[in-house]
Ligand binder design. Structure first.
Ligand SMILES: NC(=O)c1ccc[n+]([C@@H]2O[C@H](COP(=O)([O-])OP(=O)(O)OC[C@H]3O[C@@H](n4cnc5c(N)ncnc54)[C@H](O)[C@@H]3O)[C@@H](O)[C@H]2O)c1
Length: 331
């Protein structure tokens, strides 16, 4: 089966991430069948879809003739039989994922690729009870899946190279950026980086050095602006001035020994710390609902990606390539 034939996708779990996958697929004209145990799943999916349509319209003039249908079912086998691709987005519980992935793999056609959205579990363990485990891999997306291009692809010990290539081609056809993880590790690449920042941020709140809002300001008015453009290493290269990266490393390398950060320690997550963070976060949200905040986030992401498109750079370059491919297919 070639990638172009993926017309129907089965989703195991339709929460924050499963809902994002449903929207990403439906806006490409792909039909979706979602298995989810939550009685509120239909309402939540409809709300995510409404936000996704709005963001997609603002992002690109590429549109499909017919949006894919999104059907919610209460039976796992129904979501896996008769589909061309399966994406699992259940809660981060290894035993649950292993069990449902195994059942799903028995219900699916043997050639159907199966991917897990897990943020950190190892693919070799997740594929351990599957039928045809060579077609399974982790494909770790970012929230909101309908706008964020990155999907980290991490194969397990039994995964075939061909499966990874076919999955990457499928995600690419939906405007995403598949990034292959070279070795199987917990939490892959981006979550490791985010966890390092998150650990340090928790200490800053714990020690009353900054509130959650002040920490977010430190990111969004500062390094966060550069991260979207250049990541970490290219930014530091510029930080070294004309002498470049070599000078930067000589200048700042020694500070790693001092050390400035507390990365290897974790503050105790007692009730007091949880209350402190939750209360500061409520104040920061200033009464805005999750859906409102999602729309602000989406509008910002659209603006950044379109800005980068005008520079033919990074995530904007990817959008331009996606639009060109879609327009070429039509003409
Ligand atoms: N939230 C994020 O930012 C994020 C980002 C990338 C990856 N992930 C990963 O994606 C996966 C899903 O995370 P999420 O944030 O969407 O979680 P979530 O809690 O929003 O969604 C999980 C969904 O699974 C359903 N579910 C739970 N048990 C079930 C069962 N036994 N049968 C059927 N449905 C069941 C729930 O009703 C819920 O809708 C996790 O592996 C997580 O690590 C999350």
């Amino acid at each position: 089966m070639v990638t172009a034939e993926i017309k129907k996708v089965g989703l195991i779990g339709g929460g924050v991430i499963g809902g994002g996958w449903a929207a990403r697929c439906a806006l490409q004209g792909i039909d979706v069948v979602v298995f989810d145990g939550d009685p509120q799943a239909r309402r939540k999916l409809d709300e995510v879809l409404a936000n996704a349509r709005r963001a997609h319209r603002a992002l690109t003039s590429v549109s499909v003739k017919r949006e894919g249908t999104v059907r919610v079912v209460a039976d796992l086998e129904e979501a896996c039989a008769g589909v061309d691709f399966i994406q699992e987005s259940l809660p981060e519980r290894e035993a649950l994922k292993i069990e449902l992935l195994s059942r799903g793999s028995h219900a699916a056609r043997p050639d159907v690729l199966i991917a897990s959205s897990t943020s950190g579990l190892l693919p070799s363990r997740l594929q351990s009870s599957m039928e045809n485990p060579e077609r399974f891999m982790v494909a770790h997306p970012f929230n909101p899946v309908y706008l964020m291009p990155l999907v980290e692809i991490c194969p397990g010990k039994q995964t075939s190279e061909e499966s990874c290539e076919r999955a990457a081609a499928f995600y690419r056809s939906m405007g995403m950026k598949p990034l292959r993880v070279r070795k199987e590790i917990d939490a892959f690449i981006a979550d490791r980086l985010m966890e390092a920042l998150w650990r340090e941020a928790l200490w800053l709140v714990h020690d009353d050095i900054a509130t959650v809002e002040e920490i977010d300001d430190a990111i969004r008015y500062g390094p966060g602006l550069r991260w979207a453009l250049m990541g970490s290493f290219l930014v530091y290269r510029l930080g070294g001035g004309e002498a470049g990266m070599r000078h930067f490393l000589e200048q700042f390398g020694p500070s790693l020994q001092w050390p400035w950060t507390k990365l290897t320690e974790v503050p105790t997550f007692d009730q007091a710390l949880i209350e402190k963070i939750a209360a500061q976060s409520d104040a920061q949200a200033a009464g805005r609902s999750i859906r409102e905040l999602e729309r602000i986030r989406d509008d910002g992401l659209v603006a950044v990606i379109k800005g980068l498109k005008s520079l033919d750079w990074g995530a904007g370059n990817l959008l331009a390539e996606y639009e060109n491919a879609k327009h070429a297919k039509r003409s």
